[in-house]
Design a binder for this molecule. Structure first.
Ligand code: 1GP
Length: 271
């Protein structure tokens, strides 16, 4: 969906108080139709962005079908809201953003992509290699790139292993500060502190606080955030956006999903 006249980056950076919630949808984990239902429920529950990505080996076709299904669902809901005097069209003005594991999981149906450098990777592939492969495709299809420094913190999970990351430990506050400064000097707008999907513990709040000291970066925190108190702690430490995937993926029903999302989203504005 094309989100008005502003760029996705402007929307992501705008008014970071209260913090906002991102729902991560992994296209490998459900059909495109179910993904669209989950995304609609996420927006109804107050989530303000959808990330599509996660698994490392999902074919382009599945990623694309998932983005398309979500976009179509949002467009229909936006149209329905425009026909309803009590409706709020802007509720459905929610960016659908690729969150790729590499140059293979792309789709022209997305509004934007977290165009990431995995800054603490020891492999060229994740620093710039996949990006070089993906950039011409993104330019051709006009998918907006959100310049993102991506830093994997302990415990790091699969992304830490696959990405060959030198994990930032909870006490490495000077190091995370240096990464944040470096991200700013490179001109990245976003800094994403990642603990790994399904991590046993989220990014340590001392790391979030220290990264927050660098002005001008929009701070995204994800990985292992399960409860509203996890979210509250991340937001209090300075996160502008919190991302959850697993906790919503493994909900047993749509009702359970709604109640989980409402509690996570509610925790974003509790500070
Ligand atoms: C993963 O940060 C995201 O990249 C979400 O992590 O699945 O643990 O919520 P979870």
């Amino acid at each position: 969906m094309h989100v008005g006249e502003t760029t996705v980056l402007e929307k992501v950076r705008r008014g970071t108080h209260p913090a906002r919630h991102v729902t991560l949808i992994d296209p490998a984990k459900q059909s495109p139709e179910t993904a669209a239902q989950r995304a609609m429920l996420a927006v109804e529950s107050g989530s303000r962005m959808v990330f599509v990505g996660g698994s490392t080996d999902t074919p382009d076709k599945i990623v694309h079908a998932t983005c398309e299904a979500i976009q179509e669902a949002f467009e229909l809901r936006m149209f329905a809201a425009s026909q309803d005097p009590a409706g709020d069209e802007s509720q459905w003005d929610v960016p659908v953003v690729l969150f790729p594991g590499g140059a293979h999981a792309l789709s022209p149906a997305a509004d934007a992509i977290t165009f990431m450098m995995l800054m603490n990777s020891t492999k060229r592939e994740f620093l710039v290699g996949e990006q070089i492969r993906g950039a011409p495709y993104l330019a051709k299809f006009g998918v907006e790139a959100l310049p993102t420094g991506y830093v994997v913190c302990a415990p790091g999970g699969r992304v830490g292993e696959v990405g060959a990351a030198e994990l930032i430990q909870s006490t490495d506050v000077d190091l995370v500060h240096a990464y944040a400064l470096c991200a700013k000097m490179y001109g990245f707008s976003l800094l994403y502190l990642e603990a790994g999907s399904g991590a046993s513990s989220p990014v340590h709040t001392d790391l979030i606080k220290k990264a927050r000291e660098v002005e001008g970066l929009t701070l995204i925190v994800g990985g292992g955030l399960r409860t509203s108190s996890d979210v509250e702690a991340a937001v209090k430490a300075g996160a502008d956006w919190v991302v959850t995937g697993t906790v919503t993926e493994d909900a047993a029903s749509m009702d359970e999903l709604r109640s989980r999302l409402q509690s996570l989203v509610g925790a974003c504005s509790s500070n």
